[in-house]
Ligand binder design. Sequence first.
Ligand code: SF4
Length: 350
Amino acid sequence: MAASGFGWRRLFFVPRGGLPVIVNIMVAYPSGPSERSRWILAAREGIERLTVDSQRPSAWMIEQERQADGQRQDGVTVFLVNRECPWRCAMCDLWRSTTTAPIPMGDIVRQLDWVLTNVGERPLSWIKLYNAGSFFDAGAIPIEDHAAIAERCSRFDRVILECHPSLIGPRVLQFRGLLPARTKLEIAMGLETVHPEALEKLNKRITPQSFRSAAEFLRSHDCDLRTFLLVRPPFIRAEECLRWLRLSIDFALDCGSNPVVLIPTRIGNGAMEQLLALGEFSLPGLDLLEAGVQYCVELGRGRVFADLWDLERFLTPADEFGQRRARLEAINLTQQLAPDEAGIRTGTVG
Ligand code: SF4
């Protein structure tokens, strides 16, 4: 008999007089953070990293986004390539487009220059630098590159960076000091959920309180906050998901977040497939995303954006899908529901 892996245990039986039999038995999700990290890493087995080049971003796109003052402004989102994030969150698949070792100094600037050359003179008011981790993780983005990055960003009115709450501190202020006074710094942080047990099990190593402290630091230093929330995170019973999504939206708004971004939880990293098989997770339906967006719009306390990336994977009748996606796109840009929509759909999701 032998054993391997964290998520699965493989047992070899040799029945008397018969051929060896292999039985895969799933191992429950561990309760301790270190064991969880090992379980999540082991669950990656068979999931390939994507081929990346440290001198090119993995993707970039021009988008329009509604600003806090109601204007719609064009901007560019850049998906930088750098070393993998050191945290091991159960739902995260961003590691697939990262490198396993730090990249050479100057390569982030080369990635940025490549995008800006392609963008040309097009008038853009904002830039998002998303790096599949934390901008202020020195192992991902070398500190020595900060000045050159800030110089490239100086043409924008707003610079949006993502960061784990525990890395919010003096480095944020040092980077902000490199930007022109007219350029606003906005930090995007993943809160994911305020369900205490689910948040702990997600393995992000944050609490709602530590998120709030990071948010207060940003606010007290005149930085804006964008919050990512998961729609249908694992470890929450289906019938409880909408209630916790609403509570999470409330919490993010209380922390001064504007906007709040709702991201449907997806599979594809190995760990989520195993949690699905263990009954700890089920795929979100479009209804839940719609209900969260509607709740936040009706509150009127801050913008809400539905993350529409890869929305096709939701189990929705194909004839409805185009119409429902178009509706969410319209709400993202207008922050308004159609006049006859108030009160529909919000009570029937799970
Ligand atoms: S902190 Fe963010 S990037 Fe890092 S593993 Fe967690 S979700 Fe992924």
